[in-house]
Design a binder for this molecule. Sequence first.
Ligand code: GAR
Length: 203
Amino acid sequence: MKKKIAVLASGSGSNLQAILDALDRGEILDSEVVLVISDRKEAYALERAKRRNIPIKYLRAKDYASREEFDRKVVCLLEEAQTDLVVLAGYMRIITPVFFLSFKQRVLNIHPSLLPAFPGGHGVADALAYGVKVSGCTVHFVDEGMDTGPILLQEAVPVYDDDTVETLHERIRQLEHKLYPKAINLWVQGKIKLMGRRCVINE
Ligand code: GAR
């Protein structure tokens, strides 16, 4: 039976696209994207999913009394879709512990810095402002903290003197599009063993 992946996205969805393309090319095995959820109506990620006939859901934060209520609704939708793996792809909300009752060690995130440096919503700008010479991206399991979960894969890119937030982010995005599908495939193939904070990969 195929593993069912749900993607949560708030933005352009280029990572979602990379995942869908990797599925098409057979680089993520025995899996399908069954649902895309966004907290932003205008997120282009929803459009990308619609084009592929993937069910989409937009949830408006204002309609929920608290973050927990919002997440309870998200979890309910994920369960209805029989989701095996939740993939955060540019999802700009902090998820609450409500998630982990149902999806412990089954939520992945991608972050545009070499964690634990520069967590949060402005990873690229913060790294550039700090003056780092190397940055990159991190795929990690999501836990209760902000970008603190066990690291699954990480890769670096150089930072150039004339970089802007946009040029650096674009270089990182290109890397993300390779790293996220690779990490997802490792997860669906059951090749990751969590030992405390450390992810051991059995290729
Ligand atoms: C990605 O670069 C991702 O790492 C980042 O948002 C971008 C989404 O791009 N996520 C975060 O900053 C999370 N803190 P996309 O919508 O084109 O996939």
